[in-house]
Design a protein around this ligand. Structure first.
Ligand code: NDP
Length: 266
């Protein structure tokens, strides 16, 4: 029987995950289907339970269900525990194991696709929501010289930094005013077409500005470019976090580059 996988979200019609996983499956010869499921806002647990009962083997979870997926998972990987959110579920005999592949996806895109070694670098992470929380641990594992989390609500950045307690600093957006090698925008500002109020001092000629949002030249990327930084959007992260999930489920690692190239040209 063909193995079933799905992504759950609300909304979900925009999701590129079915396309990405269909490409991975074809490339690696895996017998599987992957669909998008619109779970009711108050009915994620029921929707997921039905999918499990029907023999589903694994799932991705996106906005706004990542925290619920964390609670529903019977067991969790250490990186999911650290992130406090689950974006990937492995279903074994009806039991859910939760993982979080967002951080691994970001690190893979930065280091493998964009060629940026993170060791010894100064990293500024903008935002303290779910996406930011998911990437702090994997970024720290790369041994940067400095990791600063800056957020509109400074107290949330400070709390997130303290949660990791490995020399991470937390501050308000305007307190970040020295140059960084990498500036990652993990705020939701780009979704609203807004620029986070940010000092241009954070960018230098060698800086890379990375927006987790993908498919748009956002105000953040335009601002960074106008202050000398090179830029990248989050499409590579999206494909890399999917590849990490695919590897967990199927035990094979797909080649992400042709998939990124296809999505980029679409
Ligand atoms: P959350 O809602 O959990 O967090 C939102 C964060 O953005 C908060 O820190 C909030 O600050 C900040 N924020 C919102 N609006 C503004 C603004 N106008 N100016 C400054 N800060 C703002 O969202 P997520 O963490 O889930 O998602 C963040 C982004 O990451 C989204 O664009 C999402 O699409 C993207 N993403 C991309 C992925 C990929 O694979 N490429 C994977 C996951 C997420 P405050 O605390 O003050 O409210």
């Amino acid at each position: 029987m063909t193995d079933r996988y799905a992504v759950f979200g609300h909304p979900i019609a925009h999701s590129k995950s079915p396309l990405i996983h269909a490409r991975f499956a074809r490339q690696t010869g895996q017998d599987m289907v992957y669909e998008a499921i619109l779970a009711p806002l108050d009915g994620f647990a029921e929707s997921l339970a039905q999918f499990c009962a029907e023999g589903g083997r694994g799932a991705n979870v996106t906005v706004p269900f990542k925290e619920q997926a964390f609670s529903l998972a019977k067991t969790r990987t250490p990186r999911a525990e650290l992130a406090g959110a689950v974006n990937t579920l492995i279903i074994e005999n009806g039991a859910l194991r939760g993982d979080n592949t967002d951080g691994a996806g970001l690190v893979a895109d930065l280091t493998r696709n964009l060629g940026l070694a993170l060791r010894g670098k100064r990293i500024l992470l903008l935002g303290a929501g779910g996406a930011a929380r998911g990437v702090v641990g994997p970024l720290l594992d790369q041994e940067p010289a400095r990791l600063v989390i800056a957020n509109r609500t400074a107290s949330k950045a400070v709390a997130l930094a303290e949660h990791f307690d490995r020399g991470v600093e937390g501050c308000s957006l305007d307190e970040a005013n020295t140059p960084f090698d990498l500036v990652v925008n993990a705020t939701a500002a780009s979704l609203e077409g807004q620029l986070p109020p940010l000092s241009p001092e954070v960018f230098g000629t060698g800086s890379l500005a990375y927006d987790m949002m993908y498919g748009k030249d956002t105000p953040f990327l335009q601002f960074a470019r106008s202050h000398g930084a090179s830029t990248a959007d989050g499409l590579g992260m999206l494909v890399e976090q999917a590849a990490e999930a695919f590897h967990l489920w199927r035990g094979v690692r797909p080649d992400t580059r042709p998939v990124i190239a296809t999505l980029r040209s679409a």
